[in-house]
Design a protein around this ligand. Structure first.
Ligand code: ATP
Length: 361
């Protein structure tokens, strides 16, 4: 019997990240117990707000080197009430995303069994999307500056950058992902009516890459119209691709339409597999509920599912997803964000029990 051991770097980060990442590890260990060919070796990295207070940085200078030898990264959240948001974001999460060129941010959205989602006329089968976010350039390229600070003459710029290489690779990834899904449908989100340079190139490259995927049916939608379409005609969408900022906003809307911020997962993926990819729940550090045991760990468990799919373990991924759906289907196991009373520990135990029950089938 050949045992595969995956080396997983765990970065719980801040706030409820410190509660949901250990829960994710517990579920992966439980999976390993019932699937003896699979093992996980975890390395802990205590980077984030506390590290910043002690060392003046969110992670060490050689942090990327320490992560490099791992098969994947499981990340909690970065955010601290005492540290500016742009410092926590750029100092940890974006440093890893950019350092490891994780240029595809992938967010699946579905209404899981038992979840009371806001679109009442939409059945769970009608909302099954994946949003692909360009994760390395665009509006968050980090180019810009401020001069004459505090004076009436102050000027500040954030320059959005799109490169042909960057757009071609994200389009190719999105068309490929759309092709791998049953409906083979892609919506390219744009704003080329108002942004008449970079977004026009974005559209042109989408057209050009589409010829490599003749079996994918695709269309274009302006980002503002896309928000209305997500609410009014959710079944008309399947895979979507958008720039960094556009997808950032669309995916929060999508997470809300899926029922709760606490459920949604994401993967920051290097499709070329030169570096470890990073998986995380989309919620932030939620300091308001930190330490109370109320954090919904489902977003982290679903992130573990994405991680296993990326690592080439679809059966193991399917087992965790099945356990998640069994647990969300039971309202007695809903956390407070879903209108229930269950704790992080109870939901985690229930998912582990469901995995054990599968093992005995
Ligand atoms: P950050 O600044 O790190 O983005 P935040 O607190 O501003 O954090 P989120 O963490 O995204 O933003 O949370 C917004 C609200 O949603 C929180 O007040 C919290 O109550 C709720 N929430 C988020 N994630 C969860 C979760 N996993 N379980 C339960 N409630 C959650």
């Amino acid at each position: 019997m050949r045992v595969k051991t995956f080396r997983i770097a765990c970065i719980p980060g801040d706030g409820i990240g410190k509660e949901v990442i250990p829960a994710g590890q517990q579920v992966l260990q439980a999976l390993g117990q019932h699937q003896p060919t699979l093992r996980f070796a975890f390395t802990q990295f205590d980077w984030g707000g506390d590290w910043y207070r002690a060392h003046g940085a969110m992670m060490p200078d050689d942090g990327l080197e320490a992560l490099r030898g791992h098969d994947a990264i499981l990340f909690g959240s970065a955010g601290d009430p005492d540290i500016a948001d742009h410092v926590t974001l750029w100092g940890l999460r974006l440093k890893i995303c950019q350092g490891f060129d994780q240029y595809a941010n992938v967010r699946p959205i579905r209404i899981l069994p038992g979840i009371d989602a806001p679109l009442k006329r939409c059945t769970p089968a009608q909302l099954n999307w994946v949003i692909v976010r360009e994760n390395s350039e665009g509006e968050y390229a980090g180019i810009g500056g401020r001069v004459h600070q505090g004076h009436p003459t102050e000027v500040a710029t954030d320059v959005s950058i799109l490169t042909r290489t960057g757009v071609e690779r994200i389009m190719r990834y999105a068309f490929g992902l759309a092709q791998s899904r049953p409906r083979k449908r892609l919506t390219v989100v744009t704003k080329s009516n108002a942004q008449r340079h970079a977004m026009v190139m974005w559209d042109e490259i989408a057209q050009q890459i589409s010829s490599e995927f003749p079996d994918v049916q695709w269309d274009k939608e302006l980002v503002d119209a896309a928000t209305a379409r997500m609410v009014n005609r959710p079944e008309s969408l399947d895979t979507m691709v958008a720039t960094n900022l556009h997808a950032d906003i669309l995916s929060d809307l999508a997470a809300a339409l899926g029922g709760s911020l606490g459920i949604a997962p994401t993967g920051n993926i290097d499709p070329e597999r030169r570096y470890p990819s990073m998986f995380e729940p989309i919620h932030g550090s939620a300091f308001d509920i930190m330490g109370k045991g109320w954090a919904n760990p489902i977003g982290t468990f679903w992130s573990c599912v994405m991680m296993l799919e990326h690592l080439g373990e679809p059966l193991a991924a399917g087992r965790i997803m099945q356990a998640i759906e069994q647990v969300t289907g039971n309202p007695a196991l809903h956390t407070r964000d879903l209108g229930g009373q269950a704790t992080t520990a109870q939901v985690t135990e229930a998912v582990c029990d469901a995995l054990q029950a599968q093992g005995q089938m």
